[in-house]
Design a binder for this molecule. Structure first.
Ligand code: FMN
Ligand code: SF4
Length: 722
């Protein structure tokens, strides 16, 4: 019995000793493996790596790891000593700042690709990109890592990498800072346009693994431009639904990018292990404002600790709280700072295209019909329909910005857009004076051109009509009423065209000589496809604008521009819209082919024949008992449909008594007397009436044909020549 007990105790002792040995060996091996992995990934900086910051691999909190373990790989620039000797004997602080983690197996998400998107001019950002990429590649074999120069990318390529091919891609955005427009211009355009475009789906960027922005800047350039434009791009990325970490700001003045190498590599590596950027804040947290407003508010948002200047990567949960405040956090009040509408780049582009820019948001341009009538070669259709003298007409806009991105607009991707006015506002008087001066300057250049007489020249230098239809949305300009008043006080008539997205502004307008609404499509779906409006409630705005037109003091017009393949069908639907606004007139014009451009995809096939336009108008009238075709201008492929109010026993009264309009306007201003379009309408000359031999061409002028065959055909039809 005693012997048996002794044996049992002996066996138990052996078993305990063996178990303890196994336990200690396992613990030792695990610790060692951890150390090796993390040491290899994140070697400490050159000097003194163990003194003010504990090496990341010191999981035993002793500093011993620095004595016998050498980082397996460290590029020169990483700041790693490469030998381990720097750490010899130093006693490291007890607390570990961040540990190198064992790679966790991603549960749901997986980073399938890392794109190092860099932008550099003098090489610092590119050097950092190369080093980080090279270093991480060694530890993530099998994971696709590519380096892309953001400055070389077209907008389509930007869209492709972020949207079409962005799924499970982690973007490491390493960007220098330069204030000029050319620097990463396509990246800027893509994000700023998408951020203000409600059609851009918020789920589009969510499918990416996220963005880690690393920005190289110089604080001596001033707070407002420090680390721009990358700061804005990173903000826009998260506003569009993408996950992003807080950005690293590396200030040239104070530190070298190398100082951040370790933190950058660690964050990227952790993110890869995690499957995506950790930003666990509910994406639905919104201020209730539109995307555009959210963008603006974010720009003005000063959030505590919104940078990594200190050199420490903040905890990811802290980052999340900093980047996107939770609903329980109070968002600081937004202060709007008005900016100039036109960038230098846009100014350059517009000037090249013959626009004379006035102030910070307006322009004037000489129209081809102004030149044509100055040379005695015929005026525009407004000459035939309303008696405008085209050589005395100034074409201008007080707002180059608008709230649409029409498919056939040449300014697509370059024009300023917005749902409301948020720019510096110029004085109306300064604008009108500047436009007149600019117009005169351009007219002057036509002196000596064949056909231009001195009498016509004097008239042209003193315009009496202003067509506010150049580009943009004139009624966005907050001081449009004063602007119109100033025009009228100079004896100029006003032809004001709106895109029907600002119904409230229509209500506040003073009388105008002729008020236009562009009708680019007849149904909600087509309008969305053609005008690509920024407003979510574009169709309601459109309909309300038509409705509000009825109260305009003066003549009202619907303007249809027919584009084959886009909106050249459903005459009956257009007729329905006529019932909403009951305009005095409906101008129907075949689109003018202006050659190819980068943005417009129109060809001659989209341009309807004049006879087709006439036929379309007849179809419309068949649904509108109060309207008939009154005039045509075959020369510019345009037809006028008029309300029967303007029909007399002898013909039509579509022309305007401009002098009478001025009198009526002055009376309205003095005592509020309202008037109607009929009060200043006069008889249309026979040559302009639909069905006349001249087909709307003023017989006192000589038509000029560029195409000799066309000229011969026209002469033969008129019985001239052989
Ligand atoms: C002409 C010039 C303009 C600069 N403008 C800015 C600026 O507006 N904001 C800023 O933060 N840094 C600015 N910087 C600093 C650079 O962005 C910074 O030096 C950066 O590290 C350069 O990186 P790179 O060598 O990759 O081009 C400017 C530098 C130069 C030479
Ligand atoms: S109304 Fe228009 S097309 Fe006619 S001359 Fe004036 S700006 Fe040119």
């Amino acid at each position: 019995m005693g012997k048996g007990v002794d044996k049992a105790i002996f066996n138990l002792g052996i078993g305990v000793a063996f178990g303890a040995a196994v336990y200690f060996i396992t613990v030792y091996l695990r610790e060692r493996r951890n150390r090796l992995e993390s040491q290899a990934l994140f070697p400490g900086p050159a000097t003194p790596c163990c003194q003010d910051e504990q090496p990341l691999s010191c999981s035993d909190n002793t500093g011993a790891c620095c004595q016998d373990e050498t980082p397996e790989k460290a590029p020169e620039s990483s700041g790693g000593c490469g030998t381990g000797s720097c750490c010899g004997g130093s006693s490291a602080p007890k607390k570990t700042v961040r540990k190198g983690k064992m790679r966790k197996a991603p549960k749901e998400k997986l980073v399938e690709k890392v794109i190092f998107l860099y932008a550099s001019r003098s090489g610092a950002a590119e050097k950092l990109t190369d080093e980080v990429k090279e270093y991480l590649s060694a530890f993530n074999q099998g994971l696709e890592m590519v380096k892309i120069d953001a400055q070389e990318m077209s907008i389509q390529q930007v869209e492709e990498i972020f949207c079409d091919k962005g799924r499970n891609t982690l973007f490491v955005f390493i960007c220098a800072s330069y204030p000029d427009d050319e620097f990463v211009d396509n990246l800027k355009s893509f994000f700023s346009e998408s951020a203000t475009d409600w059609r851009f789906s918020k789920s589009e960027l969510k499918k990416c693994a996220g963005m880690i922005p690393i920005i190289l800047g110089d604080s001596t350039f001033g707070d407002d431009v420090f680390c721009e434009p990358a700061r804005t791009i990173a903000r826009q990325f998260s506003l569009l639904g993408g996950l992003r970490t807080n950005h690293f700001e590396i200030d040239n003045l104070k530190e070298k990018p190398d100082a951040y190498f370790k933190d950058i590599c660690q964050l990227i590596d952790e993110t890869i292990g995690n499957g995506c950027v950790e930003e666990p804040v509910d994406e639905g947290v919104e201020t209730g404002s539109s995307d555009e407003e959210a963008l603006e508010s974010d720009e003005d948002l000063e959030l505590p600790g919104n940078s990594c200047k200190s050199g420490n990567v903040p905890d990811l949960e802290d980052i999340a709280n900093v980047v996107r405040p939770t609903s329980s956090q109070v968002r600081p009040r937004r202060t709007r700072v008005a900016k100039e509408m036109l960038s230098d780049k846009l100014r350059g582009a517009l000037s090249k295209q013959g626009y004379h820019l006035v102030g910070s948001h307006s322009g004037v341009k000489i129209c081809r019909w102004t030149k044509a009538q100055l040379r005695g070669r015929g005026g525009c259709y407004k000459h035939s329909f309303y008696g405008i003298e085209s050589h005395r007409c100034m074409e201008a806009t007080p707002s180059l910005a608008c709230a649409n991105k029409c498919v056939f607009c040449w300014r697509h991707h370059t024009n300023p857009v917005g749902t409301s006015w948020r720019w510096v506002t110029d004085e109306p008087k300064m604008l009108v004076d500047g436009m007149l001066a600019g117009h005169r300057g351009m007219v002057k250049q036509l002196r000596g051109v064949p056909g231009v007489t001195s009498e016509k020249m004097v008239e042209a230098m003193n315009p009496v009509h202003c067509a506010l239809s150049l580009v943009g949305e004139p009624i966005m300009y907050p001081r449009i009423a004063e602007f119109l008043d100033y025009l009228h006080s100079h004896g100029l008539s006003s032809y004001l065209v709106t895109n029907a997205q600002f119904p409230d502004e229509i209500k506040t307008l003073p009388p105008v000589t002729q008020f236009y609404t562009s009708i680019d499509a007849s149904t909600q779906a087509e309008l969305k496809a053609i005008d690509r409006p920024l407003h979510k409630d574009f169709w309601e705005r459109f309909q309300q604008s038509l409705h509000n037109m009825k109260d305009i003091c003066g003549r009202t017009v619907y303007r249809l521009t027919l584009v084959g393949g886009f909106n050249f069908f459903d005459a009956d639907n257009y007729a329905e819209l006529v019932k909403l606004g009951e305009p005095d007139f409906i101008e129907v014009k075949g689109v003018t082919y202006c050659g190819t451009s980068n943005n417009a995809e129109l060809t001659m096939k989209n341009v309807p024949w004049h006879e087709e336009v006439v036929e379309f108008c007849e179809q419309m009238c068949s649904h509108l008992p109060d309207y008939s075709i009154s005039c045509e201008h075959e020369h510019s492929n345009c037809v006028l449909i008029s309300n029967h109010k303007y029909k007399t026993e002898t013909g039509w009264k579509t022309w305007i008594d401009y002098h009478r309009f001025q009198q009526l306007y002055d009376e309205w201003k003095e005592n509020g007397t309202k008037f109607t379009g009929l009060d200043y309408s006069i008889e249309t000359p026979s040559w302009a009436v639909y069905g006349s031999e001249e087909r709307g061409f003023d017989p006192s002028m000589k038509r000029h044909y560029r195409n000799k065959k066309k000229e011969a055909k026209a002469k033969a039809m008129a019985g001239e020549g052989s």
